[in-house]
Design a protein around this ligand. Sequence first.
Ligand code: F6P
Length: 319
Amino acid sequence: MRAAILTSGGDAPGMNACIRAVVRGCLAKEIDIFGIRQGYEGMYTDNIYRMDVSSVADIIHRGGTILRTARSDRFMHEEGRTEAAAFLEGYGIDALVVIGGNGSLTGAHELSQLSNVRIFGVPATIDNDLAYTDYSIGFDTAVNTVVNAIGNIRDTSSSLGRTTVIEVMGRHCGDIALHAGLAGGAETVIVPEAPYDIDVICQNIRTGVERGKLHSIILKAEGIGLSTQALAEILQLKTGCETKTVILGYIQRGGSPTARDRVLASRLGFRVSQLINENAPSCCVGVRGENIVEVPFEEAMQMKKEPPLEFLRICETLL
Ligand code: F6P
C-alpha cells in the first residue's frame, strides 16, 4: 500500500509531531509513505519524495513543518483539483493525509469527491476554527504564547499605569482570545462572535482606575471589524487613560509545540496510520473530550463552530 502526506495553509506548532506519527505509524505497518512538499502546490511541481524512519527524526519538538506549506491558488479551482487527483493516481497513491486548517480540509473534501484515493484530514490550525473537533493541533501552543505575552505586557502596563489593547489571531474565530483572555486574566475580551459595547469597556477601565488598578488589558481578536489602533484611540479619548497597542501577529504561529499539542498530534497521526492500514474510507480525525473520533468530511465541514462565549462572562465577573 502507498500513502502520501502533506501540510497545507498556515503552519501550526505540532504539525511536525503529526508528520512523525503518520510516517512511523505507516512504516510500522509496511505502508510506503511519500512526503509532498509545499502543500497542494507540490502536486503541480512534482515535489514528492519517499520518506523513511530517519526522515522524521528529531522533529517532534520543532515548530513549523518540515514538509513546508503553501496556500495554493491552483488547487482552489476544480481543474486544479482534477490535475491533483491525476498526480496521486499516477504515483499509485492509495491514501493521502492532509494536515491543515479549515480551507485545507475543505479542499481535501473536494478532492475526495473527484478521486478514488482515500483522503484523511487532520486538524492543524492555531485558530481552532474547525467545528467537528474540540481542539486542533497548534491551538494550545498559540494560547500559551499569548498568555506569556500578556504577562510581559502587564508588567510594563502596570509600571506606567496604561491600558493596552492586545490583538491576537484567529481570522473569524475568537477561540485564541477567549482561552488566552481567561488564562491571562484580561479585563475585557472582544471576539467576532459576540457583540461588544465600547461604553461598558470604558466604564470598566474607569472603575479599575478608581479602585487603584494599575493596568487594563483588553484582548481583541483580529476579526472584529474595528482596527486595533482605532479601538485604542477611542478608549484613550473616552477614558483619558494612556492606551497602547500590541499586535502579536506571527509570533503566535511559531515555537516549539506544547506537550499537549505533541500528544494530540501524535494521537491523531497514529490513528490515521491505522485507518490507512484498515482500508477505512475518507474522513477527518479529531478529538472530542478525551476520545479520538472519525467524522465523514460531509458532516465535519458542515458543522458550525460554537466558541465558548461563556468565558466572556467569567472574564467580566473576575476583572
Ligand atoms: O494560521 C491561521 C492564521 O494565522 C489566521 O489567524 C490569520 O488570519 C492567517 O492565518 C494569516 O496568515 P497568512 O498571512 O499566512 O495568510
